[in-house]
Design a protein around this ligand. Structure first.
Ligand SMILES: Nc1ncnc2c1ncn2[C@@H]1O[C@H](COP(=O)(O)OP(=O)(O)OP(=O)(O)O)[C@@H](O)[C@H]1O
Ligand SMILES: [Mg+2]
Length: 258
């Protein structure tokens, strides 16, 4: 195996997870490059979500190590990893219902710079001023400008998903783990979110993207890893994955939209 590269954001080595007799992950290794979108695909039960929970620190693997930006984080709690900037979006979906979208975004930006935040801080004029450009930029990139003055209750499902991901980005993550961000969205909402990921995140923050929507995966990804039955079947550039007969046979040929 190659040594940890200075440019790898996340490096997983030989991760094994057993649930009783089930081997959910069997010696999985995967490297996420800085600034890239790396998709993790595979049929139901392949072990994708289990891998994400090992990365986030929610599940301790039976064997294996995880490094982030070269540092071994294998023994750190989920909270410590989150504080280091390893961000799994669903953990951050607590929206403040009494605040507008613009204020919710502002709160995430303020929290990034001052973790010991008091509730009154967001209403300080100087915080609003300091983060004004960033808030407006996020509203544009995540297509939320039209709803900026609304409360979360007024949002559609798709708007809400984009807001949650915008807020995750606003906290200044080192790595984003997105587990099926398009699940349950209409075609139009899915397209809007793909555009937001492309315009708002891609190339700035490395993303591990788990997604069943193959159009989105091939459109967004710089690299793809295919998992089947807890093992890595193939890993590489999207064109190589698309052309692989092994991958076709095991997975992609079953996908309607491939
Ligand atoms: N908490 C658990 N206890 C027992 N078995 C589990 C548990 N979580 C997952 N598994 C099993 O581990 C395997 C991998 O599941 P996992 O949820 O990681 O798959 P996945 O690739 O995310 O699938 P999907 O595409 O359906 O989300 C499956 O066989 C699943 O039944
Ligand atoms: Mg899953």
């Amino acid at each position: 195996m190659t040594p940890a590269s200075a440019t790898s954001a996340l490096e997983m080595r030989d991760i094994t997870v057993r649930f009783g007799g089930i081997v959910a992950l069997n010696g999985v290794s995967l490297t996420l490059g800085a600034g890239s979108v790396h998709a993790l695909i595979g049929p139901n039960g392949a072990g994708k979500t289990t891998l994400v929970s090992v990365l986030s620190g929610e599940r301790r693997p039976n064997t294996g190590t995880v490094r982030m930006n070269g540092t071994d984080i294998s023994t750190l709690s989920a909270l410590r990893r989150a504080r280091l900037g390893l961000t799994r979006t669903y953990q951050l979906t607590a929206l403040f219902q009494g605040l507008t979208l613009r204020e919710n975004l502002l709160l995430s930006l303020v929290a990034r710079d001052r973790p010991a935040l008091s509730p009154a801080d967001i209403f300080r004029r100087r915080d609003r001023t300091r983060h004004a450009d960033e808030v407006e930029d996020l509203l544009d990139r995540f297509a939320l400008r039209g709803k900026a003055g609304e409360k979360p209750a007024a949002l559609s499902h798709g708007d809400r998903r984009r807001l949650e991901i915008a807020m995750a980005l606003a906290t200044g993550p080192e790595v984003l783990l997105l587990d099926e961000p398009l699940a349950g969205l209409s075609t139009a909402d899915a397209e809007a979110l793909v555009r937001s990921i492309e315009e708002g995140i891609k190339g700035r923050i490395p993303i591990l993207l788990i997604e069943h929507d193959m159009d989105a995966v091939f459109y967004l990804s710089d690299a793809i890893t295919v998992m089947v039955n807890g093992t890595v079947l193939a890993s590489g550039a999207p064109e190589a994955i698309r052309a692989s007969p092994e991958v076709q046979a095991a997975y992609l040929s079953e996908e309607d939209d491939f």
